[in-house]
Design a protein around this ligand. Structure first.
Ligand SMILES: Cc1cc2nc3c(=O)[nH]c(=O)nc-3n(C[C@H](O)[C@H](O)[C@H](O)COP(=O)(O)O)c2cc1C
Length: 203
């Protein structure tokens, strides 16, 4: 296993090359890797919609920007989150310029029951992460985003997604990575600090 790929697949935003096209074969290659993700009873509920047309990207980006603004205004960021939010704003401002917007969807609607809900999203998020890894392994990059989901129905109507049958889960803006230093692992709390052994110690 390539641990470097796992630890350096970051939220790529400013590194996205907005000028270089991403071809369909490049995307399909990565999607073909991604679909090896696990899902409950191997039902493979993921569906992908790739948005490339400028007018559609612009319309999706408008909803994204509104969702991101609402998210920001509801948040009091910690100092260590400011950098991430700054690059988040950059992505929001440039989303329509990203060559391909990959909308990862799931067949069905999110259920209310917590167990079923875990199964629903747990059967799609592995494909999302697999896709992020596959893209990075091929010199492409993206960021897992959800901000547009505040307007899921509007985006469904815009793109012809049957809202009652298909849930949108994540939007991945995909581009080649601009040349630059090799990405480094992101800030993470060491596992030992968030791991307990044997019994939960609330102290
Ligand atoms: C469920 C989820 C939703 C996210 N939504 C957004 C989003 O809407 N916009 C955005 O720019 N980043 C979004 N992110 C990316 C996170 O900000 C990013 O993964 C995190 O800050 C770690 O970044 P790093 O790997 O570069 O350290 C989301 C991540 C997750 C897991």
């Amino acid at each position: 296993m390539n641990a470097d790929l796992l630890t350096t697949t970051r939220a790529f935003r400013r590194r996205l090359d907005l000028t270089r096209p991403v071809t369909r074969p490049e995307l399909l290659d990565c999607l073909d890797i991604a679909v090896h993700a696990p899902s409950g009873t191997n039902r493979q509920p993921w569906r992908f919609l790739v948005v490339e047309e400028p007018a559609l990207k612009e319309a999706v980006a408008e909803y994204y920007r509104k969702g991101f603004a609402a998210y920001l205004s509801a948040k009091t960021p910690r100092p260590d989150q400011l950098r991430d939010l700054g690059s988040g704003q950059y992505l929001a401002d440039h989303l329509h310029e990203v060559p391909a917007l990959v909308l990862v969807c799931a067949a069905g609607r999110p259920p209310a029951n917590p167990l079923q809900l875990a199964n629903f999203y747990g059967s799609v998020y592995p494909v999302v992460w697999n896709l992020l890894l596959a893209l990075h392994s091929r010199g492409l990059g993206s960021t897992l985003t959800t901000a547009h989901l505040a307007f899921e129905r509007e985006v469904a109507d815009l793109l012809g997604i049957p809202f009652d049958e298909v849930a949108q889960v994540a939007l991945l803006p995909v581009a080649h990575l601009k040349p630059g230093p090799a990405p480094r692992p992101g800030p993470r709390t060491p596992a030992a600090e968030v791991t307990q052994w044997g019994r939960w110690d609330s102290a």
